[in-house]
Design a protein around this ligand. Structure first.
Ligand SMILES: NC(=O)c1ccc[n+]([C@@H]2O[C@H](COP(=O)([O-])OP(=O)(O)OC[C@H]3O[C@@H](n4cnc5c(N)ncnc54)[C@H](OP(=O)(O)O)[C@@H]3O)[C@@H](O)[C@H]2O)c1
Length: 290
């Protein structure tokens, strides 16, 4: 991985930080992003110390807004002339209905709009290298169908179910993106990290679980109790694999599970109607803004 330039969103803690450690240990230049300066600086120090790699950079940006994503891209392009690997790692499991400054439901903004906009704005730098890879992290417990009339919680907001639905929408969108880049040097893939103890899971409240699962909330809390990054390290294996393995060098539109096994993409994701609908919707919502 020496000479590879890798940008990982949300790599100042959790699964993203462990992915950064893993890829930095392989010798890559890793650009870590997050919103908080202090967390960022501490993460950089830790990643450098563990990986024995000094080529670790920090860019601060809030990817829940289009202005934040644009600022991230501008800062990246001012220092680097190409990008080998983009890992869309940062995600949001919001506990209440919120609208961002761009007018998007917050889970939709971070889990769907951000990977699409960031990938789109970085396409030229990805094309400037050879065999570029884009990897986006999805969630577990994905719904068996997408509520196309509720993609931004227009009808109902339902905690973790809303989060899962936005991850499924992202998969449709990024799968469609992969098909539109078939003739380019870019592969676009999805991975599921598995459950890990991170700020995301620690911030889950009982009210975010489906009603019938609320009685088992204490068990969930026990499963995600702080473990010093141990479960996050395990959960970083699938993204690190898609970013670094020669086995997947030319594979696109693929799904890697938490056991680092390649699996068929769910039919809901590859469904032509769903992915075209979502692609058209997201491009329409972002046209004139990016
Ligand atoms: N943890 C799990 O069990 C689990 C399971 C399935 C899938 N996943 C997926 O794996 C990915 C990583 O999850 P995680 O649990 O490691 O998450 P996490 O602990 O919440 O990740 C935190 C990282 O994301 C950054 N971040 C959060 N919101 C941001 C924003 N708006 N703009 C920029 N950076 C932001 C944080 O930095 P700052 O706070 O400094 O901004 C930090 O670096 C997510 O996509 C998640 O959906 C996680």
């Amino acid at each position: 991985m020496k000479n590879k330039i890798i940008l990982i969103t949300g790599a100042t803690s959790g699964i993203g930080k462990q992915t950064a450690i893993s890829l930095a240990t392989m010798g890559a230049t890793v650009i870590v992003t997050g919103r908080n300066q202090q967390n960022g600086e501490e993460a950089i120090k830790e990643i450098k110390a563990i990986s024995k790699n000094e080529n670790i950079d920090l860019i601060l940006a809030d990817i829940s807004t289009i202005a934040g994503i644009k600022s991230l891209v501008t800062k990246f392009k001012s220092k680097y002339n190409h990008l080998d690997i983009l890992i869309n790692n940062a995600g949001l499991a919001g506990n209440e209905y919120k609208i961002t400054v761009d007018g998007f439901e917050a889970n939709f903004a971070v889990n769907v709009v951000a990977p699409y906009v960031l990938t789109t704005l970085l396409l030229d730098t990805l094309k400037a290298g050879e065999n570029a890879r884009v990897i986006t992290l999805t969630g577990g417990d994905l719904p068996s169908k997408i509520q196309l009339d509720n993609i931004q919680s227009e009808k109902s907001f339902d905690g973790l179910s809303t989060y899962s639905q936005t991850k499924m929408i992202m998969m449709c969108l990024m799968y469609e993106f992969s098909q539109r880049q078939l003739n380019s040097n870019i592969t676009i893939n999805i991975c599921y990290p598995g459950q890990a103890s991170t700020s995301m899971t620690q911030n889950v409240t009982a009210g975010m679980l489906p009603f019938l699962m609320r009685p088992i909330f204490p068990i969930f809390k026990l499963l995600v109790r702080p473990d010093n990054g141990k479960s996050a390290k395990k959960a970083s294996r699938s993204s690190a694999y898609l970013a670094s393995s020669k086995d997947v060098e030319n594979k696109t539109g693929i799904y890697c599970d938490k056991y680092v096994q390649l699996k068929e993409m769910p039919k809901v994701v590859t469904d032509v109607y769903n992915r075209k609908y979502i692609w058209d919707k997201v491009t329409e919502l972002t046209t004139g803004k990016i």
